[in-house]
Design a protein around this ligand. Structure first.
Ligand SMILES: NC(=O)c1ccc[n+]([C@@H]2O[C@H](COP(=O)([O-])OP(=O)(O)OC[C@H]3O[C@@H](n4cnc5c(N)ncnc54)[C@H](OP(=O)(O)O)[C@@H]3O)[C@@H](O)[C@H]2O)c1
Length: 346
């Protein structure tokens, strides 16, 4: 088998997701990371901004455009804020056809929804290139592997959407999801990206816990769309929280049902052979997943109810790790290639 590495580039590589992608791709045995770009750090060495990569990375942030990179590399990651990805993706098409050979993985929310009208409602932006939404395959690796493998354009799922989606997808596919599910989900501060704001600044967050975007988080339509694609017309009531931690999503879902044990077994069976989803009859812990590509699911059966807990690292399984999992699918590499790390304890 040809072991020549594929070439890759990251646009928006100075951000938290871009930095994790850089770290993972540098260590991936089948990938040669050739370009990393930025607007603010052009000419800066990656290891000057991120000294943990010293000795591993001689790259310098450049200002190549997405379109230039699409012609140069095999795999192009866009790690831009939502909104910015819309134009970046649009620049990758000419007369409706993709330019270059690159297969593209977009980390933002800009191409995860099918209906452009949902962008105005949930992201507060008009999606000017709604006709391109249909080009993207939704990249929830465990549930869309065949389509991802064949795709040129993948929309990598959001971090909350991955945690909640993985917990609910087996039940949606089995026709066992109740009409309404409630999800309480806490996130760490890296979920807000590298630029500090009042709400994400350390003194504001380090000893605090609060709810935000209650019942109106932008990942709700993404999750409901994914569940609908598996046959479930389920409404999600989502209560997100900002928790005093840097990494991690911890979602707790409440499902009223007649036979919780049957539902629990469906979830166990669905992930029996999944390399990155571990299911237990006890609580997952963020300490066991942060730093890894694992999503850990915990199941609790009660009287007429099932509680499902789902924990993952937002920048890994919730972003860069899942993106590398998708790259492995798209290029036919072993599913776990470049993703062998487990959490470091205690
Ligand atoms: N953080 C998470 O846990 C997480 C999880 C899942 C998905 N995501 C998604 O992944 C994407 C990146 O997230 P992040 O947390 O890494 O954000 P971030 O830390 O804010 O990084 C954004 C990157 O994009 C560049 N950039 C900012 N504004 C830009 C613009 N208008 N045009 C071009 N480049 C711009 C920034 O660098 P320069 O200023 O140097 O250009 C930076 O490299 C977002 O869409 C986010 O929603 C994040």
């Amino acid at each position: 088998m040809d072991q020549t590495p594929i070439t890759a580039a990251i646009v928006g590589a100075t951000g938290y997701v871009g930095a994790e992608l850089t770290r993972l791709l540098l260590a991936h045995p089948r990938v040669s990371l050739e370009h990393v770009t930025s607007r603010s750090r052009v000419g800066t060495r990656v290891d000057a901004l991120y000294p943990h990569l010293e000795g591993r990375c001689g790259l310098v942030y450049g200002d190549e455009t997405p379109a230039q990179l699409a012609r140069r590399v095999d795999a192009l990651f866009l790690a831009l804020p939502h909104g910015a990805s819309i134009e970046a993706v649009a620049s990758l098409f000419e007369d409706g056809a993709p330019i270059g050979r690159a297969r593209v993985i977009d980390m933002s929310g800009d191409f995860r929804l099918e209906d452009p009208a949902l962008y105005e409602e949930h992201y507060g932006v008009e999606h000017l290139f709604g006709e391109l939404l249909g080009r993207f395959v939704y990249g929830l690796s465990e549930w869309n592997a065949e389509a991802i493998a064949a795709a040129q354009h993948v929309a990598n799922p959001g971090c909350f959407a991955t945690a909640i989606g993985l917990a609910l997808a087996p039940l949606a596919a089995a026709g066992l999801l109740p009409d309404r599910v409630t999800a309480f989900a806490a996130t760490g501060s890296t979920g807000s990206g590298a630029s500090a704001s009042k709400g994400t600044h350390h003194p504001e967050r380090a000893t605090n816990y609060k709810l935000y975007k209650v019942l109106r988080h932008q990942h709700v339509p993404e999750i409901e769309t994914m569940l609908a694609s598996l046959g479930a017309e389920t409404r999600l009531s989502m209560v997100p929280a900002s928790a005093p931690m840097t990494h991690g999503i911890f979602a707790t879902l409440h499902l009223p049902c007649d036979d919780p044990e049957t539902l629990a077994r469906v979830v166990e069976v669905a992930y029996a052979d999944a390399p990155f989803v571990r299911v237990r009859r006890s609580t997952p812990q963020l300490n066991w997943v942060v730093g890894s590509n694992f999503a850990d699911i915990g199941l609790f059966c009660g009287d007429g109810e099932l509680v499902v807990a789902s924990a993952l690292d937002n920048t890994l399984k919730g972003a860069a790790g899942q993106a590398v999992q998708n790259l492995n699918l798209m290029f036919g590499f072993e599913p776990t290639r470049g993703l062998g790390a487990v959490a470091s304890l205690p």
